[in-house]
Structures are given as structure tokens and as C-alpha cells.
Design a protein around this ligand. Structure first.
Ligand code: SAM
Length: 242
């Protein structure tokens, strides 16, 4: 069965780009299904209001719980009875970090929904309520603040969907990548293609040697070197705070 993806956002058009490239092909081939929902469809006032001022004061606006509640009720209504609880991702900079490992876990879920915040975020009671009916994950794309959850959800969807069997033509290409369990979570080595000499720069000779053992050793050494320099935290060393 196809992996079903739902997105809820005030800018559903953001997800149009999923119709392009490999994810677009996966959609066309029926490997995944995409349903985008406009949060404003679940409002009842003339201005289709989704935000209000924060309790406790402070700058900015907070997303009201009622439209979210109705949108999530509609989502539950579309789940066949007796099926596993869908995974519901809330994109938030205060979430657990989204990593390759999390992408792998989510790729095997039968149904995934993404709730995209805007303004100062969504009233916390929505997440608390949703835990009763969904497997809720609050996930952050990284240590920076975006204007909304759509771009975070797009990045997560791309990382998850490329792990769904059949989406990437050659599954071997998933094995040797950065962060993959097969490379012990390390960063990838540098890659080269033809010509062997370009603007005075040569491809490392070992790659032209035909000696597969030597190539593997060279790649492992470069992986370790890059990981040590850029992401010592991946080797169990304290993270660099840059
Ligand atoms: N006031 C929030 C804070 O300081 O944590 C930031 C809200 S941000 C301007 C609006 C929305 O963008 C968030 O509700 C979330 O959905 C999304 N967002 C922003 N940065 C994100 C990140 N790093 N990862 C995931 N979602 C993010």
C-alpha cells in the first residue's frame, strides 16, 4: 500500500513542488499519496482567522486551537477504522532534531501527517490533545528559526520519501550516504567524475588505480577526516557550537 502523506498549513501551495522530480514520480507511480489541507477551511468567521494574541503577553500571535482541532478531526475521519494510529508531526524549532535515523523510522509508517505552524507557533493544547489519537512527534529541522513549518515539512518529506522502497531507482545509492548506518553515521567522502584533470586539478590518483581495497581505505580515511573536522559530535565527541 502507498504511504499516505497529509499536510495542514495556511499555505498549501508550498507543497506543489512535491510534484517535481523523484517525489513527483513516486506520486505518479502511486508509491505515495499526498493530501494537502488549508487550515483556513476549518475556520467559521468572515476573516478566516487562525491566530490570536498570546496569553501572558508578549510580541506576535499564536495559532488558535479550534481550527487545528477541526482539521485534525477531519484527518481522523479519513482514517479507516481499526487501522494503526497515524504519525502526526508538528514542525517546531523546539522539537526533537530531525535526523536520518528519524527519517528511517517515519519511512515505515503507513500514514504521516505534517502540521505546519506560523506566527509564534500553535497553542500547546493542540499537541497535548492530539497525543490521544495520533503518534505525535514534535520535530525540528535544525537550530534556526524559519517563518513557518512548510519548508521544514518539505525537507522532512523529501528525506523520508526517498527511503520508501521503489522511490530511488538504485537502492544501493542509499547505502553509502552521509549519516547512513552503513557508513557508521559518518559524513560522506568527496566524489569525482570525468575528466581526470580539470582546470589544473587532478582527481586523486587512487580513484583511477582500479585497486578496490585501496579505494575503500582512501574513502574511509576521507570520511573520518571530514567528520572529525566538521561534526565531531557524530564520533561521540562534544558538538562544536558554531
Ligand atoms: N516562536 C517560535 C520559537 O521561538 O520557537 C518560532 C515560531 S516560527 C517563527 C513559526 C513556525 O515555523 C513554527 O511554529 C514552526 O512550525 C516553524 N518552524 C520554524 N523554525 C523551525 C525549525 N527549525 N524546525 C521546524 N519548524 C520550524
Amino acid at each position: 500500500p502507498a504511504l499516505r502523506l497529509d499536510t495542514i498549513s495556511i499555505f498549501p501551495q508550498y507543497f506543489d513542488v512535491l510534484r517535481l522530480s523523484l517525489i513527483g514520480k513516486a506520486l505518479a507511480a502511486g508509491l505515495i499519496e499526498l493530501h494537502t489541507h488549508d487550515l483556513r477551511e476549518f475556520t467559521h468567521d468572515r476573516h478566516r482567522t487562525v491566530d490570536d494574541t498570546p496569553y501572558g503577553g508578549g510580541a506576535g500571535m499564536v495559532m488558535k486551537p479550534e481550527p487545528w482541532g477541526e482539521a485534525l478531526d477531519a484527518l481522523l475521519g479519513s482514517c479507516p477504522p481499526g487501522t494503526e494510529r497515524p504519525v502526526l508531526v508538528f514542525t517546531t524549532p523546539s522539537g526533537e532534531p530531525f535526523t536520518q535515523r528519524v527519517a528511517g523510522q517515519l519511512a515505515s509508517a503507513p500514514r504521516l501527517a505534517f502540521a505546519c505552524g506560523r506566527y509564534e507557533g500553535i497553542d500547546k493544547r493542540v499537541m497535548v490533545w492530539a497525543r490521544e489519537y495520533f503518534e505525535v512527534r514534535e520535530l525540528s529541522l535544525g537550530d534556526y528559526v524559519l517563518n513557518g513549518g512548510e519548508v521544514a515539512a518539505l525537507a522532512m518529506i523529501e528525506a523520508i520519501v526517498r527511503l520508501v522502497p521503489g522511490v530511488i531507482g538504485n537502492p544501493e545509492s542509499l547505502v553509502e550516504e552521509s549519516y547512513s548506518p552503513h557508513t557508521e553515521g559518518m559524513l560522506e567522502y568527496p566524489v569525482y567524475t570525468k575528466p581526470a584533470r580539470w582546470r589544473g586539478l587532478d582527481v586523486p590518483p587512487v580513484l583511477l588505480s582500479g585497486d578496490h581495497g585501496a579505494v575503500d581505505d582512501w574513502r574511509a580515511a576521507r570520511s573520518l577526516e571530514t567528520t572529525r573536522a566538521r561534526r565531531p559530535d557524530l564520533l561521540g565527541q562534544p558538538p562544536s557550537r558554531s
